[in-house]
Design a protein around this ligand. Structure first.
Ligand code: AAO
Length: 460
């Protein structure tokens, strides 16, 4: 069975949990780079689980604790390459390497396990994309059985630890046939960690393809899902006002050049493009533009297209800076405020009520179709998810104040953006739905949030 078929065998509950992807930074031992930039995590020294985030014992403990409360862990894995040249090269787990000779004794890999050295310069040449060095990072040859098996062993050790799946870093730079062989050798997920028997790991591959690439996203979605980078770029433009929201009536699938929904992992921003790496450029919205960002994330979570991934960041000004750390270079943990948000150098977008309440919305509406699409033919839109939920956006300069069809049954609902249902009352706005399923929806241009959302589980 291919990795992408995993969904068909998950029961509804698991399916819903997977509607939101919680991914951890790479866990494999990485090269220590001075000043500890965030990107050192993408320079692999070995498959030993030991980084600044912790060692193997701590990682396993975290995964177990998360699985117990239904939070599934997906690991960002780097299979394409090891480090670039650096002398001396010392890893976070104490391993050393002779990088100029491509000798990584802690795996072990040596020169024969890599492609010949050449720099990737021309993205229009598919062979160069697959066989030359991305950013001077030594390029492993996954066609070799020895190399594949090292990777399979590493991934299977993570499955043994209880993870639910993987982000395949730089998948575009590896041949899909080789990846398929690797995925085919992965174990089933561990039933002892709460996964149904015979569950397959969920795999999503990083293939940047905004169009016009020699290596295409459609080369990869036969074997596993693919990160759809067009998604965040177009929604970024829409909520930045470069496009109009009314255009989103047909959002999803082929009309927009997007992958089929069930093949696509989607996000508004990721660890690369929130700081100008990767793809998307100035279109990408991040926590630094909070009002528009929350609207775009709410749209992603309210809309049925794709598997949504929510970003959670540390605060940065310097685009190279790593996470907040102390004078010994230990990463500082976030401190949780009384309201549930966080501080100590962390942003924790996933703890913003407007975002986590929309995750709940996504779970409540499940697979209900979009109905009652409405637009003022400009920058105000609204839609229902069957009779389960309703959401409205105002990204324009005029007030939205009108009766709209919600699809919901009559009653009083709590808006889950300005507040939520708590202790039998709404902590934010209330929205009354009448016998005809109509509600008076009001969003003013200078409101703190440009969105309201109600659903069946937030009814008084
Ligand atoms: C660091 C230094 C490098 C140094 C290297 C080795 O910055 O100067 O050479 O160390 O010493 C991360 C950082 C890198 C860092 C690396 C290793 O981002 O800065 O290098 O760790 O420490 C391509 C890949 C994609 C990759 C992306 C960054 O296809 O896989 O570049 N992302 C992943 C990770 C990322 C990580 C790595 C891979 C490496 O998410 O965090 O790097 O493990 C085009 C191509 C894309 C290409 C982009 C960027 O995109 O299509 O495939 O991504 O360019 O080069 C428009 C176009 C769009 C285009 C885009 C950007 O939007 O439409 O197609 O512009 O030009």
């Amino acid at each position: 069975m291919s990795a992408r078929d995993f969904l068909d065998q998950w029961d509804t509950l698991q399916f819903r949990l997977l509607q939101c992807i919680w991914q951890v930074s790479p866990v494999q031992e990485n090269l220590i780079i001075s000043k500890r930039p965030w990107y050192e995590r993408y320079q692999t020294m070995s498959y030993k689980i030991e980084t600044r985030s912790g060692n193997e014992r701590l990682f396993k403990q975290m995964v177990r604790r998360c699985n117990k409360v239904g939070v599934r862990i997906f690991v960002d894995v780097i299979l394409n390459h090891m480090t670039s040249n650096k002398i001396p090269a010392i890893g976070t787990g104490g391993s050393t390497a002779l990088t100029t000779d491509k000798e990584y004794p802690a795996v072990p890999y040596s020169k024969v396990h890599f492609h010949k050295t050449c720099a990737l310069k021309d993205y229009s040449n598919a062979t160069e994309v697959r066989e030359c060095e991305l950013l001077s990072l030594h390029d492993l040859d996954q066609r070799q059985e020895y190399v594949r098996q090292k990777m399979v062993n590493f991934l299977n050790s993570l499955i043994d630890a209880g993870v639910a799946g993987f982000r395949i870093d730089a998948a575009k730079h590896m041949y899909p046939e080789d990846l398929e062989i690797i995925y085919g050798r992965l174990k089933d997920l561990i039933p002892g960690q709460g996964f149904p028997k015979k569950s397959r790991p969920f795999v999503y591959q990083e293939v940047i393809d905004l169009g016009g690439e020699s290596v295409k996203k459609s080369d990869y979605n036969k074997t596993a899902t693919v990160v759809e980078f067009l998604f965040g770029r177009i929604l970024g433009d829409a909520f930045r006002g470069i496009r109009q929201l009314r255009e989103l009536e047909t959002w999803g699938d082929s009309l927009w050049g997007l992958l089929p929904s069930r093949d696509a992992v989607v996000m508004i921003d990721n660890h690369d493009n929130q700081r100008g790496h990767g793809a998307g450029g100035s279109s990408i919205l991040t926590y630094k533009t909070p009002k528009q960002y929350k609207m775009a994330v709410a749209f992603m979570l309210a809309h049925p297209y794709g598997f949504a991934r929510v970003m959670s960041s540390f605060d940065f000004n310097d685009t190279n800076a790593g996470p907040p750390n102390d004078s010994q270079e230990n990463i500082l943990s976030p401190i949780i405020n009384t309201g549930g948000t966080c501080t100590n150098g962390w942003v924790c977008e996933h703890r913003w009520p407007q975002i986590y309440n929309m995750v709940a919305f996504r779970n409540v509406v499940a697979d209900a179709a979009i109905t009652n699409w409405w637009t003022n033919d400009d920058d105000q839109v609204a839609f229902s998810r069957g009779n389960k939920g309703f959401v409205a956006f105002n990204n324009g300069n005029t007030a939205l104040r009108r009766w709209l069809t919600t699809g919901l049954s009559a009653g009083r609902y709590c808006d889950v953006i300005s507040g939520m249902l708590s202790g039998g009352r709404c902590t934010g706005k209330t929205i009354d739905v009448n016998e005809n399923s109509l509600a008076l929806i009001e969003i003013l241009p200078n409101d703190l949030d440009g969105v309201v959302a109600i659903h069946g589980k937030a009814k008084l």
